[in-house]
Design a binder for this molecule. Structure first.
Ligand SMILES: [Zn+2]
Length: 299
Protein backbone atom coordinates (compact mmCIF):
# COMPACT_ATOMS: atom_id res chain seq x y z
CA UNK A 1 0.00 0.00 0.00
CA UNK A 2 1.42 3.39 -0.96
CA UNK A 3 1.63 6.24 1.49
CA UNK A 4 -0.91 8.10 -0.62
CA UNK A 5 -3.52 5.35 -0.42
CA UNK A 6 -3.04 5.12 3.36
CA UNK A 7 -3.50 8.88 3.54
CA UNK A 8 -6.63 8.78 1.34
CA UNK A 9 -7.98 5.85 3.38
CA UNK A 10 -7.45 7.76 6.60
CA UNK A 11 -9.18 10.80 5.14
CA UNK A 12 -12.19 8.76 4.04
CA UNK A 13 -12.42 7.12 7.47
CA UNK A 14 -12.14 10.39 9.36
CA UNK A 15 -14.79 12.00 7.15
CA UNK A 16 -17.17 9.06 7.63
CA UNK A 17 -16.64 8.47 11.34
CA UNK A 18 -18.17 11.63 12.79
CA UNK A 19 -21.52 11.08 11.05
CA UNK A 20 -21.64 7.36 11.92
CA UNK A 21 -20.73 8.05 15.55
CA UNK A 22 -23.32 10.83 15.58
CA UNK A 23 -26.13 8.52 14.50
CA UNK A 24 -25.29 5.98 17.19
CA UNK A 25 -24.72 8.55 19.93
CA UNK A 26 -28.23 9.97 19.77
CA UNK A 27 -29.34 7.36 22.29
CA UNK A 28 -30.45 3.73 21.98
CA UNK A 29 -34.09 4.68 21.50
CA UNK A 30 -33.82 7.45 18.91
CA UNK A 31 -34.67 6.61 15.29
CA UNK A 32 -34.42 8.76 12.19
CA UNK A 33 -37.58 9.04 10.07
CA UNK A 34 -36.42 11.55 7.46
CA UNK A 35 -33.76 14.24 7.16
CA UNK A 36 -33.91 16.22 10.39
CA UNK A 37 -36.89 14.28 11.78
CA UNK A 38 -36.37 11.78 14.59
CA UNK A 39 -38.55 9.75 16.96
CA UNK A 40 -37.67 8.64 20.48
CA UNK A 41 -39.46 5.78 22.25
CA UNK A 42 -37.91 3.25 24.63
CA UNK A 43 -40.49 0.44 24.44
CA UNK A 44 -43.21 -0.57 22.00
CA UNK A 45 -46.07 0.60 24.24
CA UNK A 46 -44.32 3.78 25.41
CA UNK A 47 -45.19 7.27 24.29
CA UNK A 48 -43.25 8.70 21.34
CA UNK A 49 -41.35 11.97 21.04
CA UNK A 50 -40.88 13.76 17.73
CA UNK A 51 -37.67 15.75 17.32
CA UNK A 52 -37.87 18.05 14.29
CA UNK A 53 -34.86 20.18 13.34
CA UNK A 54 -35.23 23.43 11.46
CA UNK A 55 -32.73 26.15 10.57
CA UNK A 56 -34.34 28.33 13.27
CA UNK A 57 -34.32 25.73 16.05
CA UNK A 58 -36.04 22.57 17.22
CA UNK A 59 -39.70 21.62 17.53
CA UNK A 60 -40.52 18.76 19.90
CA UNK A 61 -43.74 16.79 19.74
CA UNK A 62 -44.27 15.60 23.36
CA UNK A 63 -41.44 15.00 25.82
CA UNK A 64 -41.29 11.28 26.70
CA UNK A 65 -42.82 8.47 28.73
CA UNK A 66 -40.57 8.74 31.80
CA UNK A 67 -37.89 11.08 33.21
CA UNK A 68 -35.24 8.84 31.63
CA UNK A 69 -36.84 9.49 28.23
CA UNK A 70 -36.89 13.27 28.80
CA UNK A 71 -33.17 13.15 29.42
CA UNK A 72 -32.49 10.97 26.38
CA UNK A 73 -34.39 13.48 24.22
CA UNK A 74 -32.54 16.39 25.84
CA UNK A 75 -29.20 14.68 25.10
CA UNK A 76 -30.15 13.83 21.51
CA UNK A 77 -31.19 17.44 20.81
CA UNK A 78 -27.87 18.73 22.16
CA UNK A 79 -25.96 16.33 19.90
CA UNK A 80 -28.04 17.18 16.84
CA UNK A 81 -27.89 20.98 16.97
CA UNK A 82 -26.61 23.95 18.93
CA UNK A 83 -29.94 25.71 18.22
CA UNK A 84 -32.58 26.03 20.97
CA UNK A 85 -35.88 24.14 21.28
CA UNK A 86 -38.43 26.75 20.11
CA UNK A 87 -41.69 24.88 20.66
CA UNK A 88 -42.99 21.81 22.46
CA UNK A 89 -46.28 20.64 20.99
CA UNK A 90 -48.28 18.41 23.36
CA UNK A 91 -50.46 15.87 21.58
CA UNK A 92 -52.54 15.28 24.73
CA UNK A 93 -52.62 16.29 28.41
CA UNK A 94 -51.42 13.09 30.15
CA UNK A 95 -48.09 13.11 32.01
CA UNK A 96 -46.52 10.34 29.89
CA UNK A 97 -46.50 12.95 27.09
CA UNK A 98 -46.23 16.25 28.95
CA UNK A 99 -44.46 15.91 32.32
CA UNK A 100 -41.09 16.65 30.71
CA UNK A 101 -42.26 20.06 29.38
CA UNK A 102 -40.24 21.81 32.13
CA UNK A 103 -36.97 20.34 30.78
CA UNK A 104 -37.37 22.44 27.60
CA UNK A 105 -39.66 25.27 28.67
CA UNK A 106 -38.59 27.97 29.20
CA UNK A 107 -37.24 28.92 26.73
CA UNK A 108 -39.49 26.71 24.55
CA UNK A 109 -43.16 27.63 24.26
CA UNK A 110 -45.58 24.77 24.94
CA UNK A 111 -48.67 24.54 22.71
CA UNK A 112 -51.83 22.44 22.81
CA UNK A 113 -55.53 22.82 22.15
CA UNK A 114 -57.68 24.91 24.51
CA UNK A 115 -58.58 23.12 27.72
CA UNK A 116 -55.17 21.48 28.08
CA UNK A 117 -53.82 23.69 30.88
CA UNK A 118 -56.96 23.29 33.00
CA UNK A 119 -56.93 19.51 32.66
CA UNK A 120 -53.20 19.29 33.43
CA UNK A 121 -53.54 21.45 36.56
CA UNK A 122 -56.41 19.29 37.85
CA UNK A 123 -54.43 16.05 37.37
CA UNK A 124 -51.05 17.33 38.56
CA UNK A 125 -49.22 15.46 41.29
CA UNK A 126 -46.03 17.25 42.40
CA UNK A 127 -44.94 14.06 44.23
CA UNK A 128 -45.29 12.01 41.04
CA UNK A 129 -41.71 10.72 41.16
CA UNK A 130 -41.21 10.61 44.95
CA UNK A 131 -41.31 6.81 45.16
CA UNK A 132 -39.48 6.12 41.89
CA UNK A 133 -36.05 4.49 41.71
CA UNK A 134 -33.03 6.69 42.58
CA UNK A 135 -32.11 6.79 38.88
CA UNK A 136 -35.58 8.03 37.86
CA UNK A 137 -35.73 10.48 40.76
CA UNK A 138 -32.39 11.94 39.68
CA UNK A 139 -33.68 12.33 36.10
CA UNK A 140 -36.85 14.01 37.42
CA UNK A 141 -34.84 16.57 39.45
CA UNK A 142 -36.50 19.98 39.20
CA UNK A 143 -39.87 18.60 38.05
CA UNK A 144 -42.65 21.15 37.92
CA UNK A 145 -45.84 21.38 35.93
CA UNK A 146 -45.50 23.47 32.77
CA UNK A 147 -48.83 23.94 31.00
CA UNK A 148 -49.26 25.33 27.46
CA UNK A 149 -48.35 28.99 26.94
CA UNK A 150 -50.44 28.93 23.79
CA UNK A 151 -53.86 27.29 23.46
CA UNK A 152 -55.45 27.32 20.02
CA UNK A 153 -58.94 26.53 18.72
CA UNK A 154 -59.54 24.02 15.91
CA UNK A 155 -56.25 24.53 14.04
CA UNK A 156 -52.99 26.45 14.12
CA UNK A 157 -50.25 26.85 11.52
CA UNK A 158 -46.71 27.19 12.80
CA UNK A 159 -43.85 28.34 10.56
CA UNK A 160 -40.47 27.51 12.04
CA UNK A 161 -37.43 27.95 9.81
CA UNK A 162 -38.04 26.16 6.52
CA UNK A 163 -40.80 23.92 7.90
CA UNK A 164 -44.56 24.22 8.30
CA UNK A 165 -46.47 22.47 11.08
CA UNK A 166 -50.26 22.18 10.97
CA UNK A 167 -51.72 21.58 14.43
CA UNK A 168 -55.11 19.90 14.15
CA UNK A 169 -57.51 19.52 17.02
CA UNK A 170 -58.81 15.97 17.53
CA UNK A 171 -62.15 16.38 19.29
CA UNK A 172 -63.03 13.98 22.18
CA UNK A 173 -60.49 11.52 20.83
CA UNK A 174 -58.41 10.53 23.89
CA UNK A 175 -57.81 13.24 26.52
CA UNK A 176 -59.24 16.68 27.35
CA UNK A 177 -57.09 18.24 24.57
CA UNK A 178 -55.60 16.25 21.70
CA UNK A 179 -53.50 17.60 18.85
CA UNK A 180 -52.26 15.93 15.67
CA UNK A 181 -49.21 17.54 14.04
CA UNK A 182 -49.03 17.43 10.26
CA UNK A 183 -45.95 18.35 8.25
CA UNK A 184 -47.45 18.70 4.75
CA UNK A 185 -44.19 19.15 2.84
CA UNK A 186 -42.55 16.12 4.48
CA UNK A 187 -45.86 14.17 4.65
CA UNK A 188 -45.12 13.13 8.22
CA UNK A 189 -48.06 12.96 10.63
CA UNK A 190 -47.76 12.84 14.42
CA UNK A 191 -51.12 11.24 15.08
CA UNK A 192 -51.59 11.53 18.89
CA UNK A 193 -53.15 8.65 20.84
CA UNK A 194 -56.30 7.82 18.89
CA UNK A 195 -55.17 4.81 16.86
CA UNK A 196 -52.40 2.97 18.69
CA UNK A 197 -50.92 0.01 16.79
CA UNK A 198 -51.51 -3.43 18.35
CA UNK A 199 -52.85 -1.99 21.58
CA UNK A 200 -56.19 -1.32 23.23
CA UNK A 201 -56.74 2.32 24.13
CA UNK A 202 -57.96 3.52 27.50
CA UNK A 203 -61.25 5.09 26.37
CA UNK A 204 -62.42 7.62 28.92
CA UNK A 205 -66.13 8.37 29.57
CA UNK A 206 -66.06 11.70 27.68
CA UNK A 207 -64.52 10.09 24.58
CA UNK A 208 -66.84 8.73 21.91
CA UNK A 209 -66.11 6.11 19.27
CA UNK A 210 -67.78 8.36 16.70
CA UNK A 211 -65.28 11.13 17.46
CA UNK A 212 -62.35 8.68 17.49
CA UNK A 213 -63.41 7.32 14.10
CA UNK A 214 -63.89 10.85 12.73
CA UNK A 215 -60.34 11.76 13.86
CA UNK A 216 -58.92 8.63 12.21
CA UNK A 217 -60.76 9.40 8.96
CA UNK A 218 -59.61 13.04 8.94
CA UNK A 219 -55.98 12.03 9.51
CA UNK A 220 -56.00 9.31 6.85
CA UNK A 221 -57.40 11.82 4.34
CA UNK A 222 -54.21 13.91 4.77
CA UNK A 223 -52.48 11.04 2.94
CA UNK A 224 -49.37 10.89 5.13
CA UNK A 225 -46.34 8.87 4.10
CA UNK A 226 -45.20 8.27 7.69
CA UNK A 227 -47.54 8.07 10.70
CA UNK A 228 -46.07 8.44 14.19
CA UNK A 229 -48.63 7.32 16.76
CA UNK A 230 -48.65 8.74 20.31
CA UNK A 231 -47.58 5.28 21.46
CA UNK A 232 -45.85 2.50 19.53
CA UNK A 233 -43.76 2.18 16.40
CA UNK A 234 -44.11 4.61 13.52
CA UNK A 235 -45.53 3.21 10.30
CA UNK A 236 -48.18 3.98 7.74
CA UNK A 237 -51.93 4.67 7.62
CA UNK A 238 -52.32 0.90 7.99
CA UNK A 239 -52.58 1.52 11.74
CA UNK A 240 -55.66 3.66 11.04
CA UNK A 241 -57.22 0.84 8.98
CA UNK A 242 -56.52 -1.74 11.71
CA UNK A 243 -58.02 0.41 14.47
CA UNK A 244 -61.04 1.19 12.32
CA UNK A 245 -61.60 -2.53 11.68
CA UNK A 246 -61.28 -3.27 15.40
CA UNK A 247 -63.81 -0.57 16.37
CA UNK A 248 -66.17 -1.73 13.61
CA UNK A 249 -66.15 -5.30 14.93
CA UNK A 250 -66.51 -4.13 18.54
CA UNK A 251 -69.55 -1.98 17.68
CA UNK A 252 -71.07 -4.81 15.63
CA UNK A 253 -70.76 -7.38 18.45
CA UNK A 254 -71.81 -5.06 21.28
CA UNK A 255 -74.72 -3.84 19.12
CA UNK A 256 -75.93 -7.40 18.46
CA UNK A 257 -75.84 -8.21 22.18
CA UNK A 258 -77.62 -4.96 23.12
CA UNK A 259 -80.35 -5.76 20.58
CA UNK A 260 -80.78 -9.16 22.27
CA UNK A 261 -81.63 -7.16 25.40
CA UNK A 262 -78.38 -7.78 27.24
CA UNK A 263 -77.29 -5.27 29.89
CA UNK A 264 -73.92 -3.54 29.84
CA UNK A 265 -72.84 -5.80 32.75
CA UNK A 266 -73.75 -8.95 30.79
CA UNK A 267 -71.98 -7.69 27.68
CA UNK A 268 -68.87 -6.86 29.72
CA UNK A 269 -68.81 -10.49 30.95
CA UNK A 270 -69.72 -12.25 27.72
CA UNK A 271 -68.06 -10.29 24.91
CA UNK A 272 -65.04 -11.94 23.30
CA UNK A 273 -62.66 -10.36 20.79
CA UNK A 274 -60.25 -13.27 20.13
CA UNK A 275 -58.96 -11.60 16.93
CA UNK A 276 -57.36 -8.96 19.15
CA UNK A 277 -56.29 -11.01 22.17
CA UNK A 278 -52.63 -10.40 21.24
CA UNK A 279 -53.01 -6.62 21.53
CA UNK A 280 -51.44 -4.97 24.57
CA UNK A 281 -53.47 -3.64 27.53
CA UNK A 282 -56.34 -6.20 27.56
CA UNK A 283 -57.31 -4.77 30.99
CA UNK A 284 -58.59 -1.71 29.11
CA UNK A 285 -61.27 -3.79 27.33
CA UNK A 286 -64.06 -2.75 29.77
CA UNK A 287 -63.53 0.92 28.76
CA UNK A 288 -63.80 -0.14 25.10
CA UNK A 289 -67.01 -2.11 25.71
CA UNK A 290 -68.44 0.82 27.64
CA UNK A 291 -67.70 3.19 24.73
CA UNK A 292 -69.25 0.77 22.21
CA UNK A 293 -72.34 0.38 24.41
CA UNK A 294 -72.73 4.16 24.58
CA UNK A 295 -72.38 4.28 20.78
CA UNK A 296 -75.04 1.64 20.06
CA UNK A 297 -77.50 2.88 22.71
CA UNK A 298 -76.80 6.59 21.99
CA UNK A 299 -76.18 7.40 25.67
ZN1 LIG B 1 -52.88 9.43 27.23
Amino acid sequence: MTRLSVLVGAMICSSLLPSLAGAQDLGPNVRRIKDGIYVQSAREVNSTVGIVLTRDGVVLIDTGQTPLDWREVEGAVRKLTPLPVRYVINTEVHPDHTAGNFVFSPPALVINHSGAADAMRKADNPARYATASPEVRAAAEGYRLVTPYIEYHDRLTLHVGERTFELLRLRNAHSEADTAVWLPAERVLFAASVAIPNSLNNIRPFVTLADMLAAIKMMRALNPEVVVPGHGSFGTTQMFDENERYFGLLIERVGAMARQGKTLDQIQKELRMPEYSHWAYQERMPTNVDAAYRAVTQR
